[in-house]
Design a protein around this ligand. Structure first.
Ligand SMILES: [Fe+2]
Length: 225
């Protein structure tokens, strides 16, 4: 499940192609297909309920794939990978295609980072976190603060930017793939991710996800290039 730097090919100053996350990357096909959820619907409960996961995965995430497949029919986008669709649509400002493709990919990453349950980061990743943030608690604190800066819908990403960890607060379908940065952790702060369980308590939700759900070993592997 390593998201290796060697799989990133700089296609332009603002685009990267060719990701290869096992189980969540894509190959060019007639239709883009949503990866299977890598665990049961109740696997994230009680931090995220089975009902929320069911709706989030089965309606919202599936919806991005459905709409993307409708939009790319009979276009050159239909014959390239999902990552290439993100890159190309971002480059030419094809916003409707970009939104659906980026959200499809972002959610692929989102589900994958919880697989295996909450696990501790590797020692080498902890060293990087201490170097860049002062420690795991400070990293989480800054990610939570970043989530508070997202007005409305969006994502908080922890990314690898030239071997340095960086936190991004991105609106809507914002994705590190469009910024030539490597995703390490991605927290969905759209209301559909938490509202059934936390109502308006978004900060509480983000804290719980970071503390109780994220597989930090997986995050460590995403950073290791
Ligand atoms: Fe979502």
């Amino acid at each position: 499940m390593t998201f290796s730097r060697r799989h990133f090919i700089a296609a332009s100053g603002s685009a990267i192609l060719g990701t290869a996350v096992s189980g969540i990357s894509s190959s060019a096909a007639a239709a883009f297909s949503q990866p299977k959820l890598p665990y049961d619907l109740d696997a994230l409960s009680p931090t995220i309920s089975a009902r929320t996961v069911g709706l989030h995965y089965g309606k919202h995430h599936a919806g991005y794939f459905n709409k993307l497949n409708q939009l790319v029919q009979n276009t050159p986008y239909a014959d390239i990978t999902l990552e290439e669709v993100i890159s190309k649509s971002n480059l030419v400002k094809d916003q409707s295609i970009f939104n659906q493709a980026a959200q499809a990919w972002n959610h692929n990453f989102y589900w994958a980072q919880f697989k295996g349950g909450p696990q501790a980061p590797t020692d080498s990743f902890k060293v990087v976190v201490e170097r860049d943030f002062g420690g795991m608690d400070d990293l989480k604190k800054q990610m939570i603060e970043a989530s508070d800066r997202v007005f409305g819908t969006g994502w908080v990403w922890l990314v690898n930017d030239n071997n340095k960890l960086e936190i991004l607060a991105l609106q809507d379908a914002g994705t590190p793939l469009a910024l030539s940065k490597i995703p390490v952790i991605g927290i969905d702060v759209w209301e559909h991710a938490y509202y059934l369980d936390y109502e308006n308590r978004r900060t509480e939700h983000v804290r719980a996800v970071l503390d109780k759900l994220v597989n930090w070993r997986y995050a460590s592997e995403q950073f290791q290039m």
